[in-house]
Design a protein around this ligand. Structure first.
Ligand SMILES: [Zn+2]
Ligand SMILES: [Zn+2]
Ligand SMILES: [Zn+2]
Length: 336
């Protein structure tokens, strides 16, 4: 049993989460669609640290994005609708409780009038696990006085009405179920394994998929994850898709002594073995723009340079932020 006010906030949280899952563009599509909205927002904000968090710990950045969007939706952009949902739930719960009081009392009066009958009727009329706070903490079997019980219940009901007056969307953030947490749970339930070369997140919708390899439709230039030519400061500018079709070799771990041909990348170790990286696949302008826009910061972050074999191609440098964001449409949907 939970208290009425808590039930109210829970119901409202579930209602708001459901509304956003159905209507909000970032949340109503698939994993790739959510990722597209996150990348768009990262580009708009141009905050390097957020990019790095997204590359190193995509789940953390994804959760932060969901929480921020929910907050904006409920407390700014759609505040009126959120208040309507909350008020409707207040009304529904008040109706349920007062009807339960009435029904139970009527039944007991027309039947035998025992306390336990009344309680049974009352709680069965309160359909979904609601209870009155003052009553539920007492031991029912000790109560022999039916009038006393009814008075207490009515007092409890009055106190609920009183509490309902002070409900607010802000207080919902203190309740057990929160709309942002509900959405984080729903939207983050998928595979989070990162491509060992570029950190792109596997797009499989099953958390622990064993039968299929990890895969992703769009890889990134490997230097954004710190890949560099061994013993040099040269960061790697090529995409995984290009590397796996080349005759180049790589050292699977920083302390590896033996290099592996990219064409046989699966032999690199357990985290390489389970990835399917195919030579085709388009190279999003987005990541080319990212490397150019944050070249200095990436170089400082990894203490290496995009030079020599890691020189940035000239045609990448002309890509505008708008073109970068537009290229995200190649990821599937077109509502960015
Ligand atoms: Zn990759
Ligand atoms: Zn996977
Ligand atoms: Zn090294």
């Amino acid at each position: 049993m939970i208290s009425t006010v808590e039930a109210l906030y829970n119901r409202t949280a579930i209602g708001l989460a459901h509304q956003m899952k159905c209507n909000y563009p970032a949340f109503n599509g698939n994993t790739l669609d959510l990722e597209k909205h996150i990348l768009k927002s990262l580009a708009e904000k141009e905050n390097f640290d957020d990019f790095i968090t997204y590359i190193k710990n995509p789940r953390r950045q994804t959760e932060a994005f969901i929480r921020a969007e929910v907050k904006k939706y409920i407390f700014t952009d759609h505040k009126d609708e959120a208040v309507i949902i909350l008020n409707k739930n207040v009304h529904d719960i008040n109706t349920t409780v007062s009807q339960a009081l009435f029904t139970a009392t009527q039944k007991v009066q027309t039947q035998s009038g025992y306390t336990d009958t009344w309680l049974k009727e009352f709680f069965s009329a309160l359909n979904d696990n609601l209870t009155l706070d003052p009553i539920c903490s007492q031991n029912f079997s000790d109560i022999k006085d039916f009038d006393f019980l009814r008075r207490e219940t009515e007092k409890g009901f009055a106190s609920i009405i009183e509490q309902m007056r002070s409900i607010s969307l802000d207080k919902m953030q203190e309740s057990r179920l929160k709309p942002d947490e509900i959405l984080v749970d729903q939207l983050c339930k998928h595979c989070w394994v990162k491509c060992p070369f570029c950190s792109a997140i596997c797009t499989n919708t099953i958390e622990d998929h064993k039968d299929d390899d990890h895969s992703v439709p769009f890889h990134r230039p490997n230097g954004i994850q710190g890949w560099h030519y061994k013993g040099t400061v040269e960061l790697c500018i090529t995409f995984c898709t290009t590397n796996v079709s080349s005759d180049l070799k790589f050292y699977p771990y920083h302390n590896s002594e033996k290099s592996i041909p990219y064409k046989e990348y699966r032999n690199g170790g357990p985290e390489y073995k389970t990835w399917r990286i195919t030579p085709d696949g388009s190279k999003l302008s987005y990541w080319k723009w990212f490397v150019c826009r944050f070249q200095n910061k990436l170089e400082k972050h990894y203490n290496r340079k995009f030079q020599g074999r890691g020189e940035i191609p000239d045609d990448w440098k002309t890509i505008s932020k708008e073109e970068a964001i537009q290229s995200l449409d190649e990821m599937g949907f077109s509502d960015v």
